[in-house]
Design a protein around this ligand. Structure first.
Ligand code: FPP
Length: 244
């Protein structure tokens, strides 16, 4: 059997987990004189394209920041519009996602969501739970600080109940109590629209993630832009704090 070419043997693998802060829908709409919700609507089409592209690029986990805990402060009509789009997305795409091996998960505070959305999410999670091609996690009513506080509270309850010693609390214990338990940390975080911050997204999990900020607004972000970000990721050398 012939040896693979050196370039092939050393070909870096794609990021296993990509997390995306989908930003810029409002600016996209404003630039066209349209209401903000039409920007979000256009953003849904990008979501569909990017989910497909992840399968092509052999990305195993995709996490999308759809609605932050702070987004509840937006005008009521915008919040209602975003929730309608989420309903639309799940109803329209669920069968296709299921057939294509996508496992759907949701992280975030479900207590603030309308009961029909909670039900829709629970049904999607149940229907797709055995799928393994791609895990699509939707962060909805999500805040990274809240997630860590909730994990700390759960651990404190275990200590108070005598099930855990304070000396047994490790990073692993904290991770096991996060909503993302069982999902590897993101290798790559992408934020569109040119803003350069994490905005309370996966604060614990992104400790060693590569960050790529892209100037395009989310509705303009394409499968090719994702492929380019993956190439940029593969060029970077990840050392996890080691010197060489
Ligand atoms: C940020 O743009 C985007 C959001 C707050 C919502 C993103 C949601 C979607 C694309 C639709 C729902 C998602 C799924 C997964 C079905 P912005 O409004 O902050 O834009 P701006 O910064 O230009 O004002």
């Amino acid at each position: 059997m012939s040896q693979p070419a050196a370039s092939q043997a050393l070909a870096p693998s794609p990021p296993r987990h990509v997390a995306i802060i989908m930003d810029g829908n409002g600016r996209w709409a404003k630039a066209r004189g349209l209401p903000r919700n039409l920007g979000h609507r256009q953003g849904i089409d990008t979501v569909r394209d990017i989910v497909r592209a992840c399968r092509t690029l052999r990305i195993e986990y995709l996490t999308l920041y759809a609605f932050s805990s702070e987004n509840w402060k937006r005008p009521e009509t915008e919040v209602a519009g975003l929730m309608d789009l989420l309903r639309l997305f799940i109803r329209r795409e669920l069968d296709d996602l299921w057939r294509n091996g996508v496992c759907i998960r949701m992280i975030g505070d479900r207590t603030k969501l309308a009961p029909d959305i909670v039900q829709l999410i629970a049904d999607s999670e149940a229907k797709t739970r055995d799928n393994r091609t791609l895990t699509l996690t939707i962060a909805l009513s999500y805040g990274g600080q809240d997630e860590i506080v909730t994990a700390a509270r759960r651990i404190a309850e275990q200590v108070a109940a005598g099930k855990l010693q304070p000396s047994e609390i490790t990073a692993q214990v904290l991770e096991n109590n996060l909503e993302t338990a069982g999902i590897p940390d993101p290798d790559l975080v992408i934020r569109t629209s040119g803003e350069q911050r994490l905005s309370n997204f996966l604060l614990w999990q992104t400790a060693y993630s590569e960050l790529i900020f892209i100037d395009k607004l989310w509705p303009d972000f394409s499968a090719q832009d994702l492929a380019d970000a993956v190439i940029e990721f593969q060029r970077r050398e990840r050392r996890y704090g080691a010197s060489e």
